[in-house]
Design a protein. Structure first.
Length: 93
C-alpha cells in the first residue's frame, strides 16, 4: 500500500475513526499489529498530521480501511457516499 501525502491523517481523524468503529486503543493496536504506546502517541498528535514512522502509519490506515473507514482529506469529495466526519476550516479546536 502506497501512502499518498495528501492522505496523511491527523490525530483527531484517528481518534474519530476509532470511535466510529466503537473500538478502543487496545483493539486498534491489535488490528494493526502495533503497540498500545504507538497508537496513544499517534492519537496525541494534535498539531496537524501524525508524525512518526511511516510504516506504522500505513499499518494503522490499512487496518482502519479494512474495517470500513474512509479518510477524507481537506477539500476532497468522498466517492463512496457513506457517512463521514469533517472539520470545517474555521472550526475551533
Amino acid at each position: 500500500m502506497k501512502l499518498d501525502p495528501k492522505r496523511l491523517i491527523s490525530g483527531a481523524q484517528l481518534r474519530a475513526s476509532r470511535r466510529l468503529l466503537s473500538i478502543d486503543q487496545n483493539r486498534l493496536a491489535d488490528l494493526c499489529g502495533l503497540s498500545l504506546a504507538t497508537i496513544h502517541h499517534m492519537e496525541a498528535s494534535d498539531g496537524g498530521v501524525i508524525h512518526g514512522n511511516i510504516d506504522s502509519l500505513m499499518k494503522v490506515v490499512a487496518a482502519l480501511d479494512a474495517a470500513g473507514v474512509e479518510f477524507i482529506s481537506e477539500n476532497e469529495i468522498s466517492n463512496s457516499g457513506g457517512r463521514g466526519v469533517r472539520l470545517k476550516v474555521s472550526a475551533p479546536r
